[in-house]
Design a protein around this ligand. Structure first.
Ligand SMILES: [Zn+2]
Length: 454
């Protein structure tokens, strides 16, 4: 039985969870991104970041996890120098507590629906560094820049039963976050997993702080083998916490598992209950157009081609740009394909903030069908993102389909001699689309067939 607890930074926030320190803590000199609140000084009071709640709700809605109308913050005590307060503010689902949201599912490609038990908000602790190897270090160094960064913990039920399923679960989860515009892969250390494995009805072993889906797969594989070996020999698996050694690809006992009581969970008296009335949830839901299926349906019913609709609905950032730029039906169709083909292409390699003002984008969309030079569209999209003045140059971009096809055949004459007909078409179409964009795909295909006498 395999279950995952996934800790994810809410990477789109500007500030920490309970104070106004910047959330951009990476690469800063140690202990410069801190304040009395996130270093837990006596007499300070945390105040909850509203945007963090909204971002967490987006994740909950996407995963079909139901928010509680009222949830609470708790103090989770443990003595470790990365937590200056000696407790972490988190949410708890027992002792009268409720997490942010509960009971959803994530479906794997084999049709298995992995239950998601709960999602809760919590603060990240600081970081501990050692000079040289941890075991030989004479002292620890602590950097609190990360202390108080907002994160959610997403807890699955132990429904997975193979390393591949665990890997896919995490991949799908990261994809879901991506679709929400939360590009965790762009931020080092923004996603960490605790992997729970138990074999043959034995005790549960938790492997802490595993990063990335391929590491999760390796951890599960190793743990299953280790526990199976013990099981086959009739030895008992100990309930414990283990650490993953990436280099040696093994797990190592780190400490015997705390029992829950040791955390001494107690309600956080400095924060009131978090009340989510239906209007807040409705507002967040509305801002993202509901679930993926709801977005697809809305797009298709407004006349968008189903394939384009699916691609546009996948990416909540592009989808919201589309919705902000309300327009007539003619332009809507062009805008949708401009977004999924060109804008998606421009922003795919990094976090780019798209402008609120969509006037320039609509101008490009208006002329999109007449610009056949792909690179010109890309230029214009980049200009729009940079806030520049859009001037569509149609004249420059008119291309002659036949000339373009002849030219590409000429350039590839040597390669064509050794390819069969199907490969020839693939090669030439690929190059044409790369050079001129996909707007003229059909005309290119027709001209190619004619020119190659296929
Ligand atoms: Zn702070």
């Amino acid at each position: 039985m395999i279950g995952l607890e996934v800790h994810v930074h809410l990477v789109n926030l500007r500030t920490k969870l309970f104070c106004s320190c910047s959330s951009d803590y990476r690469g800063k000199p140690p202990n410069t991104n801190i304040c009395p609140i996130c270093t837990g000084m006596p007499g300070t009071l945390p105040s909850l970041n509203r945007k963090a709640v909204e971002e967490a709700l987006k994740i909950a809605i996407s995963l079909g996890v139901t928010p509680y109308a009222k949830s609470y913050f708790f103090r989770k005590s443990y003595f470790y120098p990365d937590l200056p307060k000696n407790f972490q503010i988190t949410q708890y689902d027992k002792a009268g507590g409720y997490p942010l949201a509960h009971d959803g599912t994530l479906e794997l490609s084999n049709g298995k629906r992995v239950r998601i038990e709960r999602i809760h908000l919590e603060e990240d602790p600081g970081r501990i560094y050692y000079e040289g190897e941890r075991s030989g270090a004479r002292y620890s160094l602590i950097d609190y820049n990360r202390s108080g960064i907002a994160m959610v913990e997403i807890v699955s039920s132990p429904d997975m039963s193979s390393p591949g399923e665990a890997r896919e679960f995490l991949e799908k989860l990261i994809q879901t976050l991506n679709d929400l515009g939360m590009r965790v892969q762009d931020f080092e250390g923004s996603i960490r997993c605790d992997v729970n494995v138990s074999y043959g009805g034995g005790e549960r072993v938790e492997v802490k702080n595993v990063s990335g889906s391929s590491q999760v797969e390796k951890v599960v594989l190793y743990e299953v083998l280790r526990q199976k070996t013990l099981y086959d020999r009739g030895a008992k698996v100990k309930r414990e916490t283990r650490a993953w050694d990436e280099k040696r690809r093994i797990t190592l006992a780190s400490r015997s598992k705390e029992v829950e009581a040791e955390y001494r969970y107690m309600p956080e008296p400095d924060l009131p209950a978090l009340s989510l009335d239906t209007s807040i949830i409705a507002k967040v839901r509305e801002s993202m157009g509901g679930t993926y299926n709801e977005r697809v349906n809305e797009l298709v019913s407004s006349g968008i081609n189903p394939e384009i609709a699916k691609r546009l609905a996948r990416d909540v950032v592009l989808y919201s740009v589309y919705r902000n730029a309300s327009s007539n039906e003619q332009l809507r169709t062009r805008l949708a394909s401009l977004l999924v083909n060109e804008v998606a292409y421009v922003i795919k390699n990094g976090s780019v903030k798209l402008p609120q003002d969509t006037k320039g984008l609509l101008e490009i969309a208006d002329k999109y069908d007449t610009i056949s030079d792909h690179s010109h569209v890309v230029e214009l999209v980049k200009l729009w993102i940079a806030g520049g003045h859009i001037e569509v140059n149609e004249g420059k971009s008119k291309i002659n389909i036949e000339d373009a096809v002849k030219e590409i055949i000429g350039e590839n004459r040597d390669k064509l001699q050794v390819l069969d007909d199907k490969r020839k078409m693939e090669l030439l179409m690929g190059q044409l689309v790369k050079k001129y964009g996909s707007a003229n795909k059909k005309q290119f295909a027709a001209a190619l067939l004619k020119e190659l006498k296929l």
